[in-house]
Design a protein around this ligand. Structure first.
Ligand code: AMP
Ligand code: ZN
Length: 466
C-alpha cells in the first residue's frame, strides 16, 4: 500500500496516515461554508485541496472505502442579517446559496462528499451534547446562554500551540458580564421572536458555531475519525473549540489536522475596497479582468500549482500559463481516450501526492509523462488530479466543426446576410452577437465571411439559435 504522509497541525510533523486508519477505511471531516453569499475564490481553496486528498485516498484505499463529510453552516448571525436586509425567508437564502456553492465547486472539479449535513438538521444532537457538557461541569448556563468553561479543559490551546493566557492577549474575545472567564465561548444563545430558534432546556435559542461540527462529526463519523481539515483561519478559535467540546465529551475526535494557507489576488489580500475581490462564479463567467471566462480546469490547475501549506496568489498570468499547459496536454490526452489508459503506471504522481499532497510535484510528473509521450499516463494523471473525466473538456477539444455545426452556422450567417441586404442592421448585428456569444469567431473579408470555432465554444448556445 502507498504510504501517505500528511502534515499534522497538532503535532507540527509529517505523519504516516496508515496507522491511524481503522480497517482500511479512512474518514475525513472538512468545515464547509456559511451559506449566505456566493463563494469567493479563496473559499475554493479548501474545497480543491481536500478534494485532491479525497481523490488520493479513494485511489489508494478504494473509492467505496473513504468517507468524506463536509457541512453547511445554515444557522448564523450573518445569515440572519442578510435575510433581513434582503427581506427574504432565511431558508430560501440558505438553499439558494447552497445550490450556488455546489454548482461552483463542481465547476472546478470537486467531487461531492459522501455526506453534507446542514447544521439545522442536527440541533437535537447539539442540545444533547450541550446537556452532557453541563453535566460534566465543562459548561454552564448564564442568562439564557450556555458557555463552555475553557479553563476546565486540559490541553486547550495545544492545536494552535498557545497558552490560554496568550490567546486572551492576542484574540478579540467577546467580553460579556455573564461569562465566568473572557475565554469562555458560546454553545447556545437565546433567540428573540424575529430570529430562528429551537426549544431547549435553556429556553428558545440557537447553537453557537463550534458545537455544530462536534455534533455532526460524532453523528456521522463517530467519536474518533482520521482527518479533520479546513483553512488555517479556522485553527483558532473554531478548531480549538471543536476539540475542547469533543474531548470533554470523552471523544478522541480527529487524529490528524490539516490546514490550508490563505489565497490572495495579484499579490494583495482580497478586499472589496481594493477591487480585487472575486467570487468563483465571477471568474467562471468572465466578470473580471478582460471578461475572460476561465474554465474550471484552468482555475483548478492554478490552485494545484501551489502547495496547500503555502500562501497562494491568484493572478491572471498564472491562469494564462495554466490554460496553455492544459491545452497542450488535452490535445495529447484526447488521442488516448479509449479507457485503456486507466491501467497506466502513474506511481511518480501518486508518490508526489502521498508526500503531504505535493501537487506542484504532481503537475511536474504530468509534464514528464507528456515529454516522454506517455499519453496513457498523462490521461490517467489528469483524471486523478480531477482535471479530466472520461474525455477532455469541451473547451479544449479539437476545434473541428461537425457537419451539424457547419450547417447551422452557415444558415445563421445566411440569415445575417439577408438581414443586411434588407438593411435590417439590428437583426444582422444581433445574429452576429449571438454567434459570438456561442463562441463562433466571425471575420468579414473581401471574399465573404470566414468563421471558426473559438475557445469559448458552447454547443448548447448555438443550438438555441436554431
Ligand atoms: P467561511 O464561509 O468564511 O467560513 O469560509 C469557508 C472556508 O473557506 C474556510 O475553510 C476558510 O478557511 C476558507 N477560506 C476563507 N477565505 C480564504 C482565503 N482567502 N484563502 C483560502 N481559504 C479561505
Ligand atoms: Zn467546523
Amino acid at each position: 500500500m502507498t504510504n501517505i504522509q500528511l502534515h499534522d497541525t497538532a503535532t507540527r510533523t509529517k505523519r504516516p496516515l496508515e496507522p491511524l486508519v481503522t480497517n482500511g477505511h479512512p474518514t475525513m471531516y472538512v468545515c464547509g461554508p456559511t451559506v449566505y453569499d456566493r463563494a469567493h475564490i479563496g473559499n475554493a481553496r479548501p474545497v480543491i485541496v481536500f478534494d485532491v486528498l479525497f481523490r488520493l485516498l479513494r485511489h489508494v484505499y478504494g473509492a467505496d472505502q473513504v468517507t468524506y463529510v463536509r457541512n453547511f453552516t445554515d444557522v448564523d448571525d450573518k445569515i440572519n442579517a442578510r435575510a433581513a436586509a434582503e427581506k427574504r425567508p432565511i431558508r430560501e437564502l440558505t438553499e439558494e446559496t447552497t445550490k450556488w456553492y455546489l454548482d461552483d465547486m463542481a465547476a472546478v472539479g470537486a467531487l461531492v462528499p459522501d455526506a453534507m449535513p446542514r447544521a439545522t438538521d442536527w440541533i437535537e444532537e447539539m442540545v444533547e451534547m450541550i446537556v452532557a457538557l453541563i453535566e460534566r461541569n465543562h459548561a454552564y448556563e448564564a442568562e439564557g446562554h450556555v458557555l463552555f468553561r475553557v479553563r476546565s479543559c486540559p490541553g486547550y490551546g495545544d492545536l494552535s500551540g498557545r497558552s490560554v493566557d496568550d490567546m486572551i492577549a492576542g484574540a478579540r474575545v467577546e467580553v460579556a458580564p455573564f461569562k465566568e472567564d473572557p475565554m469562555d465561548f458560546v454553545l447556545w444563545k437565546p433567540s428573540d421572536e424575529q430570529t430562528p430558534g429551537w426549544n431547549s432546556p435553556w429556553g428558545r435559542g440557537r447553537p453557537g458555531w463550534h458545537i455544530e461540527c462536534s455534533a455532526m462529526a460524532a453523528g456521522l463519523l463517530g467519536e474518533r475519525f482520521d482527518i479533520h481539515g479546513g483553512g488555517n483561519d479556522l485553527v483558532f478559535p473554531h478548531h480549538e473549540n471543536e476539540i475542547a467540546q469533543s474531548r470533554c465529551m470523552g471523544h478522541q475526535f480527529a487524529r490528524l489536522w490539516m490546514h490550508n494557507e490563505m489565497l490572495q489576488v495579484e499579490g494583495k489580500k482580497m478586499a472589496k475596497s481594493l477591487g480585487n475581490f472575486f467570487t468563483l462564479r465571477d471568474i467562471l463567467d468572465g466578470n473580471w479582468i478582460g471578461g475572460w471566462k476561465v474554465p474550471g480546469e484552468v482555475i483548478r490547475f492554478v490552485f494545484l500549482s501551489t502547495h496547500y501549506r503555502r500562501p497562494m496568489d491568484w493572478t491572471e498570468d498564472k491562469a494564462r500559463e495554466a490554460e496553455a499547459a492544459l491545452r497542450k496536454w488535452y490535445a495529447m490526452a484526447e488521442t488516448a481516450v479509449d479507457g485503456s489508459w486507466r491501467d497506466a503506471d502513474i506511481s511518480p504522481l501518486v508518490n508526489a501526492l502521498s508526500d503531504d499532497l505535493n501537487t506542484h510535484e504532481a503537475l511536474a510528473s504530468l509534464h514528464r509523462f507528456a515529454a516522454k509521450g506517455d499519453v496513457a499516463a498523462l490521461a490517467a494523471g489528469l483524471e486523478l488530479l480531477g482535471l479530466m473525466t472520461d474525455r477532455v473538456p469541451n473547451w479544449a477539444r479539437k476545434a473541428v466543426p461537425s457537419e451539424e455545426v457547419t450547417d447551422l452556422v452557415n444558415a445563421l450567417l445566411g440569415a445575417r446576410a439577408t438581414a443586411r441586404a434588407a438593411r435590417d442592421f439590428a437583426r444582422a448585428d444581433s445574429l452576429r452577437d449571438s454567434l459570438a456569444e456561442a463562441g463562433i469567431v466571425i471575420k468579414d473579408t473581401s471574399e465573404g465571411v470566414d468563421w471558426h470555432i473559438g475557445p469559448g465554444f458552447d454547443h448548447d448556445k448555438l443550438e438555441a439559435l436554431k
